[in-house]
Design a protein around this ligand. Sequence first.
Ligand code: GAP
Length: 507
Amino acid sequence: MSSPAAEPANLMEAIVSLAKRRGFVFPSSEIYGGLNGFFDYGPLGVELKKNIRDCWWNDMVRRRDDIVGIETSIIMHPKVWEASGHVAGFSDPLVDCKVSKNRYRADQLFWAAVVVDGNTVGYVSALESEKTTEELQAAAEQLKRKKAIQGALAPVQPKDFTEAQPQEIAQIPSPATGNPDLTPPRAFNMMFQTNVGAMTDASSVAYLRPETAQGMFVDFKNVVDTGRVKLPFGIAQTGKSFRNEITPRNFIFRSREFEQMEMEFFIHEDDDWAKWHRYWIDWCTSWLKSIGLPDTHLSEYDHLKEKLAFYSKGTTDIMFKFPFGVQELWGIAARGNYDLGQHEKASGVPQAIFDEATKKKFVPHVIEPAVGLDRIFLAVLAAGYAEEQVTDDKGNTETRTVLRLSPRIAPVKVAVLPLLKNKEALTTRAKELYKKLQRRYAVFYDEAGAIGRRYRRQDEIGTPWCVTIDFDTIEKDGSFTLRERDSMQQKRITEAELFALLDEQVF
Ligand code: GAP
């Protein structure tokens, strides 16, 4: 028996702790104190990540006739990043605290004037969170009390630091010191630089890619010339990207080295871009649901027209309700033909293709669904994690930690458990089944400890099914006990039925 699943008080803490304890995610270089913004994936994490990537690749590339995949190098010609605009403009606004040496992203640092009876009597600041406005209001009340000012305090009007005027910057307190120690925002380029070859001078400067997308644009002509593709069609790739984020945070949500899964969908210049944009938003949403993300956690955010780049026709983000707030998961951008046009100009190599129907040459337009694999990884952990009270046959109650991962992405699909460790007939049959399953699936063999404890170990890592080999298996009809993770229901199942179930649910 189980009570309804309850979210722990601090879901993020619970996820980070489970990730470390069970070998999903470790801080990078941990024995040296870790490196902020970098993570390692452990034995179960690497399986979960691979499964998410494989599902995306199978659905996005292999099961479609209009999309092909590529893999481009992480370090590309530096001119790629000049043409794309990253060298000049891939920056976040950075604010320094002159005393504490803390650094903030200006658009994540909020402030408000403290207004009493219509007069500004001071300023307060707070970092972006779900409670920014409440924190600013509380700080404003405290400041009024401290200065013993009489009168009516107006509700705070939070603004981010990019909106602060010089005379305000001179008075806004640093969150670290409480004094006005903050510098004006300055553009901080997030590209990681390196040098190619033996010389370390300006001529050898290169960059680790900050997105995978440019690989698809730069190889566009190669794919068109070799890939038997016809508009509309897409080019997809998955791979590492690197950004020197000012404030990496929220575990793997924003890190400095992460993996992207991007697809550039090229369309005719006269095609209805809005129709394709909608098509890809819907496709991405239903794909997220297919790997187990609940509808209730997903929403859409349309970027404001006035904040879009001049070439952009529209961008919609699929948002996810993370434990720390609703945040971007997947961006779907209609980018016109800006990128191919830029590379045509910079390289001198024409990117236009010939349209048989109109006998005209044109540079195709593009719709770009771009998502972070690590972000999806965090989303499935956050949506799947639950702690529930369960009562066993003897009436004992305990807390069951369960990861409700979809069978499509669960790191282990089935655990094979002989009922008893010391009965050779049971272990032999269990190992035989285990080896047979292992040819197609990630499976786990466990003979250690009470069966209930073995179930719990699998619940915690999200294994959808456990199969127990018992005396009925070897003495009667060969069937096993199949125990289902979420319902904890058990039923008898034959080997053929087990393989059929897996075939239906896993891929
Ligand atoms: N080519 C377009 C592009 O890269 P983006 O919005 O900067 O667009 C796409 O990134 C996706 O990559 C984001 O929606 C997010 O899922 C993921 N992403 C971006 N920066 C990230 C970071 N620092 N850490 C983890 N994931 C990140």
